[in-house]
Design a protein around this ligand. Structure first.
Ligand code: ADP
Ligand code: MG
Length: 239
């Protein structure tokens, strides 16, 4: 009977969610698979952060999201958790030996490696796998060889991803959950065209989340092309 007022919750924390979609405020076993909750508890987290609460609600409702929240607010896991739930929901018609179900684009190698670490931490206990495609000391040929074994998640930088797709190391036919992380940096580093070309090769009925620490005209403009009727989430005054 004591229904929480989400409007009040948003006001208290300066959260915008337009259109309003109910947040997920707890690691609820009806929503999160038990294996995932166990791993979350092991990480020492007892509640989702504000951006996680709101992004989980929107992502699990199947909507696209344009999400802005300050650095350090927990945006990585805000998309990793719903992405994993999305993967577990898929009928595994062609298990493993195919391209990824989820693709995460990062502007830098360092970020890509860090995101891949989180993705592995949460999907490996559920028997899924991640391939990190950003290079460093690994060449395209070696990456292609690993990708051909199949995986559920690919995390990488735009140039390298275009490279491995072109060399047929993997394909994007199965991608239904797409993430563009640090969109503001992606643009300031000049990756707009490359990201656009990757997104243009992913099925249009995919779900897409775009995350950014800052929000401005450029992010707004690309979001219009990359996202489909997105829910706008802003935590605090970044947007
Ligand atoms: P952002 O991408 O918004 O800059 P990160 O995803 O890098 O933020 O997360 C920042 C820090 O918050 C990380 O050290 C992460 O482990 C921690 N963190 C993430 N989710 C939670 C949570 N639910 N509770 C406590 N700490 C968390
Ligand atoms: Mg981040």
């Amino acid at each position: 009977k004591n229904t929480p007022s989400f409007t009040q919750w948003r006001d208290e924390h300066s959260i915008t969610c337009q259109p309003p979609i109910n947040p997920i405020l707890h690691f609820d076993p009806e929503i999160f698979p038990m294996e995932l909750i166990k791993r979350i508890v092991k990480s020492g987290y007892d509640t989702p952060t504000l951006v996680q609460c709101q992004t989980l609600g929107v992502a699990l409702a199947g909507r696209d999201g344009l999400i802005t929240a300050a650095t350090g607010s927990g945006k990585t896991l805000a998309y990793i958790w719903p992405l994993i739930i999305h993967i577990l929901d898929q009928p595994h018609i062609t298990p493993n030996i195919d391209g990824p179900i989820s693709l995460i684009l990062c502007p830098t190698r360092e970020l890509s490696k860090q995101v891949a670490k989180y993705a592995k931490l949460y999907i490996e206990p559920l028997s899924g796998s991640v391939v990190e495609v950003s290079g460093g000391n690994r060449g395209t040929w070696e990456l292609c060889k690993e990708l051909k074994k199949g995986c559920e998640i690919v995390v990488g930088t735009p140039g390298r991803i275009i490279d491995v797709v072109r060399k047929k190391g993997t394909n994007l036919h199965r991608v239904t959950f797409l993430v563009v992380d640090e969109a503001d940096r992606m643009l300031s580093m000049g990756f707009e065209k490359q990201v656009g070309s990757i997104l243009g090769n992913v099925r249009p009925d995919r779900q897409t989340l775009l995350l950014s620490a800052t929000f401005g005209k450029r992010v707004e403009r690309v979001a219009r092309g990359w996202l489909k009727d997105p829910v706008r989430i802003a935590i605090g005054r970044t947007g």
